[in-house]
Design a protein around this ligand. Structure first.
Ligand SMILES: [Zn+2]
Ligand SMILES: [Zn+2]
Length: 263
């Protein structure tokens, strides 16, 4: 399994960067995990967008879904798709129609986004084959098995595991401190974990982790490798690494754009 970071920014992009997006490739299967702002352009420098078999979405926050809109435009209007398919996109040899595996409520949310921005409400649903999932669902994508666990955040959010045989890649999504996340990631090969905050939220409910908390979660899970993500370039990545290594008890990697992790 090969994981490429397309975007590791939090809810606002780094200079020249992108929000949440990770390319997961195995023999014969290519999955895009999250499709936040800026991810579509980054994807294009690694793979052809029509080669993606499935897009898996962790939760419906803007920084994890908004580039589904230009992605759908490419699948619908790009030169290779002209003239547009008549009567849908499933004709043999016709335009690619990747699967879109997204949380319950995705169709409604995406139709509001598109409809409110001058696009047909069904713009994304026409371009992708959408399946809404519940946390207990699992999907077989070629050699990959995809499953989920609810984690505490500001709206329904799911940590995601992609497994191929004994190799497991676990993505925290966005999460406040969570026993469920540690349990879900138990003994995983690689835990890609959010480390959004330099210090815990000053007020209101928790929604994210600090680097020290991310390291502690990695230690409690017994993760083989720990990679921090979903943080701004306004933070000092070396400081983050030291904070996380102190609680993880071993080397920690810090995600950067185009980083590749081979499992
Ligand atoms: Zn986010
Ligand atoms: Zn979020």
């Amino acid at each position: 399994m090969r994981i490429t970071v397309l975007g590791k920014s939090p809810a606002w992009q780094d200079a020249g960067g992108a929000c949440s997006g990770y390319l997961v490739e195995t023999d014969g299967m290519c999955v895009l995990l999250d499709c936040g702002c800026g991810v579509f352009g980054k994807l294009r420098s690694h793979r052809e967008y029509w080669e993606i078999d499935a897009v898996v979405i962790s939760h419906l926050h803007a920084d994890h879904i908004l580039d589904l809109v230009p992605y759908a435009s490419a699948l619908t209007y790009a030169p290779r798709e002209q003239p547009p398919a008549v009567g849908g996109h499933d004709r043999p040899g016709g335009p690619a129609r990747p699967r879109l595996i997204a949380p319950s409520g995705a169709a409604d949310a995406l139709s509001h986004v598109c409809g409110g921005a001058g696009m047909p409400e069904e713009h994304v649903e026409r371009a992708f084959a959408l399946t809404e999932y519940a946390p207990e669902d699992a999907f077989e994508l070629g050699p990959l098995r995809v499953c989920f666990r609810s984690v505490p955040h500001f709206l329904p959010t799911h940590a995601v595991e992609l497994r191929e045989g004994d190799v497991r890649f676990t993505f925290s999504a966005d999460s406040s401190p969570s026993d469920e996340l540690c349990d879900f990631a138990r003994d995983t090969s690689l835990l890609l974990i959010e480390a959004t905050l330099p210090s815990p939220e000053r007020e209101g409910p928790r929604g994210h982790l600090t680097p020290a908390e991310a390291g502690e979660h990695g230690r409690r899970a017994g993760a083989g490798r720990l990679v921090l993500t979903h943080f701004s370039d306004e933070l000092d990545a070396e400081w983050m690494r030291r904070e996380a290594e102190a609680t993880f008890g071993g080397p920690v990697e810090v995600a950067h754009e185009a980083a590749v992790y081979e499992l």
